[in-house]
Each structure stands twice: as structure tokens, then as C-alpha cells.
Design a protein around this ligand. Structure first.
Ligand SMILES: Cc1cc2nc3c(=O)[nH]c(=O)nc-3n(C[C@H](O)[C@H](O)[C@H](O)COP(=O)(O)O)c2cc1C
Length: 205
């Protein structure tokens, strides 16, 4: 019997129901569900329910041996543990990636901080770092007011490629939704482009 695909969708827009990145991520998930109707989808909406930011309290909790942690430290780390469990359980990850002030949202950064844990999702060896989150396909649905693809200003795609690769996720495909703030025609072109990019995704296992 074939084991059902586990899809993890992470939305990270604060524009909630108006979000383009969440909508594009939904379209990607719908394409995957069309191929795998019995897939399980876990949706985490960081815009509505953000993870706690990686602050001094969190770092000190992470560096405290587990048996010495206070109940408050245990509770904080539990938030991050759930995010790690979700990514480890997923076969496929769909990320909604809005551009805010030329970067990713603080909500998405907090998720990346939550899942990046030495000894668990990556480790250092004598020959350098090794990612421990293996065997996942990642689709990143980007949305922007302007157009930055293949320019130096597209630091989001470059950063995501590097940080996800560092954790072991080197199979990352990007779907660009760009020009949403550049008038009706540009927005229409964006929609056509999104549809074509989703149709062209490599969705093989
Ligand atoms: C606070 C804020 C900052 C933004 N900064 C940028 C920006 O630096 N460059 C850009 O092209 N668009 C920018 N935009 C437009 C967003 O990229 C656009 O609304 C995109 O659709 C965001 O994704 P979302 O719809 O999923 O929230 C910004 C929008 C907001 C609300």
C-alpha cells in the first residue's frame, strides 16, 4: 500500500485573506492534491498564529540542559519543537513568501529560526555543516509589489536557497508572483505567469 504524501504548507503573510503569497501557495498545494488526492495537508498560518521570535529568553532556554529548564523555558521550546516535528514529518513543503521591505516576513524568519537547531536539523562535522532535514521537495511561492526576479535585489530567493540547503533541503522550486503594485496589466501578467509556472513545476517524487 502506498503511504499518503504529507504536505506542510507554511503561510507567512500578514495580509491574511488578501495575501497573494498564501493564494499562490494554495494553488501549488491544489496542484499536488490533484496528483495525490489522499495527501495529508498540515497548514500553519504564521500571519494569524506567529511563532515566538528568537530572543534572549529563547536562546538561553535552548542552551539550558533539558533537565534544568524552568517551566517557562520548556513551554517556549515546545513551540519550536512542534515546528521541527512538522517539517520532519513532511515529504513536501509549500512556503508562502511575501516580500516586505525587500526581505522575507519576520513571521517566516521566526519559523526558520524555530526549525534551525544544531544537532537536530543540522550539525557541524570536521568537514563542515551537514543538513539533517533530507528528502523533501520545497515549493516557495513568492509575491511582490515590484519585479526583482534574477536581479541583485532578489535576496529572498537567494537566502531561502542557502538556508533551506543548509538544513538539507536542496530541492527548492520558486514560483514568482511579481508586479502586484504596478497596475492592472502587470497584475494580470503576474497571474498568467503564476499559472504557467505552477503548470511547469516538477512535481515528481
Ligand atoms: C509592509 C509592506 C512592505 C512591503 N515592501 C515591499 C518591498 O520592499 N518591495 C516590493 O516589491 N513590494 C513590497 N510590498 C508589497 C508586497 O510585496 C505585496 O503586497 C505582496 O503581495 C506581499 O505578499 P502577500 O500579499 O502575501 O502579503 C510591501 C507590502 C507591505 C504590506
Amino acid at each position: 500500500m502506498e503511504i499518503a504524501l504529507n504536505i506542510l504548507q507554511i503561510n507567512s503573510s500578514v495580509q491574511l485573506e488578501k495575501s497573494h503569497s498564501s493564494r499562490i501557495a494554495n494553488l501549488v498545494t491544489a496542484r499536488l492534491l490533484a496528483l495525490h488526492p489522499d495527501a495529508r495537508v498540515r497548514l500553519r498560518d504564521l500571519g494569524r498564529d506567529p511563532l515566538p521570535v528568537l530572543d534572549a529568553f529563547a536562546v538561553s532556554a535552548l542552551f539550558t540542559p533539558a533537565e534544568q529548564r524552568t517551566p517557562e523555558q520548556v513551554a517556549r521550546i515546545a513551540h519550536y519543537d512542534v515546528a521541527i516535528d512538522e517539517i520532519q514529518a513532511a515529504d513536501t513543503v509549500v512556503l508562502g513568501v511575501p516580500m516586505y521591505n525587500l526581505g522575507i516576513s519576520v513571521q517566516l524568519k521566526s519559523w526558520i529560526d524555530a526549525i534551525s537547531r544544531a544537532g537536530v536539523t543540522f550539525r557541524y562535522t570536521a568537514t563542515g555543516p551537514v543538513g539533517l532535514v533530507k528528502g523533501k521537495k520545497v515549493y516557495a511561492a513568492l509575491s511582490r509589489g515590484g519585479i526583482y526576479r534574477d536581479t541583485a535585489l532578489d535576496t529572498q530567493a537567494a537566502y531561502l536557497k542557502v538556508v533551506l540547503g543548509f538544513l538539507g533541503m536542496s530541492d527548492v522550486q520558486f514560483i514568482y508572483g511579481e508586479g502586484f503594485a504596478m497596475g492592472e496589466e502587470a497584475a494580470q501578467r503576474a497571474e498568467t505567469g503564476i499559472k504557467a509556472q505552477i503548470d511547469a513545476l516538477d512535481v515528481g517524487l
